[in-house]
Design a protein around this ligand. Structure first.
Ligand SMILES: [Zn+2]
Length: 331
């Protein structure tokens, strides 16, 4: 079984245009890109319409994916994908999607919302975004009630750890991408370490393995705590864009990215990916690294192939593409 343990679908009314995945890429460029490179069957205005579970399931299955974990997003004023919407997709397509709830820890009713999501909506975990929800994972006054609820229900907490997608320093910047509200101070592996220390039985998935900032730190977090996993969502995105960008017509190409790739060269981008990936395997260990794409950021088929070029051992491949996700998400 091939599991993509990090994906998204969304309802247009809860998203902020221009901020999904690439804060620096304009709407028309984004539309062109998902249509041509992710085989996502959406009309013009990709962010202005619902990209629902059917569209995403079809695209993922075409890439060979058998099961997918999908996340709600409770990020006030930036991106909102409700627990109800994710639960609906997970219910309608229960052989495919495993739905994960999201709440905002600053919301006084967060624990009630989480209880409802896990009990009534049958969601299977909690996703938190400290960098954009502006809280420390080890601020236990805010978070204790949420971790305890995850423990009660025996489901994991997934904590976003990476700066993305907050880049806006490009040649072609937008006036105010909402993700620019993200704050690096909340993006610390050490705060998650405190959580895993206080709650040794709580399953924690560190989404994105802090790629682009400090992969070693995320890897060491896993190395010292048996209850912590990392997922590979977006981890290889620079590499895939580097391979794609030459094939994008100039009018749909992001010039700042293109310029960056010309500056460093695609060979270096590939080597950097390989080095980061091997750092994870070596320190986090293969039994903690979970495959995920952040679809539509990366194509599962492409990503799997690149990982298989680096990992020839069948047993280790199975850990990454199936077993670890099963353990973390109870699949
Ligand atoms: Zn994601």
């Amino acid at each position: 079984m091939f599991v993509d343990a990090h994906t998204h679908f969304w309802k247009a009314d809860g998203t902020t245009p221009y901020t999904w995945f690439f804060s620096e890429v304009r709407q028309d460029k984004y539309d062109w890109w998902i249509k041509h490179f992710r085989n996502v069957d959406v009309p013009e205005g990709g962010l202005e319409i619902d990209v629902d579970y059917k569209v995403v399931e079809k695209a993922l299955r075409n890439d060979g994916v058998d099961r997918a974990v999908v996340f709600a997003m409770a990020i006030p004023g930036v991106q909102y994908v409700s627990n109800e919407y994710i639960a609906e997709g997970a219910r309608e397509s229960k052989d495919f999607f495993i739905g994960i709830a999201s709440v905002n820890p600053h919301d006084p009713k967060a624990d009630e919302q989480l209880e409802h999501a896990l009990s009534s909506l049958q969601l299977k975990g909690l996703k938190l975004f400290p960098i954009i929800q502006h809280f420390r994972p080890d601020d236990f006054v805010l978070t204790d009630r949420l971790y305890k609820k995850c423990l009660d229900h025996n489901v994991p907490v997934v904590i976003h750890l990476a700066a993305e997608p907050a880049e806006m320093g490009g040649i072609d910047p937008l006036p105010f991408p909402a993700w620019s509200r993200s704050r690096l101070i909340y993006n610390q592996a050490t705060y998650i370490d405190e959580v895993s220390y206080k709650y040794p039985d709580l399953k924690i998935v560190v989404a994105h393995a802090n790629y682009g900032i400090n992969v070693s730190e995320a890897a060491f977090l896993c190395a010292r705590r048996p209850n912590v996993y990392v997922d590979l969502a977006r981890f290889g995105d620079r590499y895939q864009y580097a391979e794609e960008i030459e094939r994008i017509p100039p009018e749909y190409r992001d010039e700042s990215l293109y310029c960056a790739y010309r500056a460093v060269g695609i060979d270096w981008v590939r080597r950097k990916f390989e080095e980061d990936f091997r750092t994870l395997l070596l320190y986090a260990r293969p039994n903690r690294v979970i495959f995920g794409t952040d679809f539509m950021a990366i194509s599962p088929k492409w990503y799997r192939q690149k990982i298989e070029e680096l990992v020839k051992d069948e047993q280790i491949r199975r850990m990454i593409f199936e077993d670890n996700a099963r353990k973390a998400y109870g699949i």
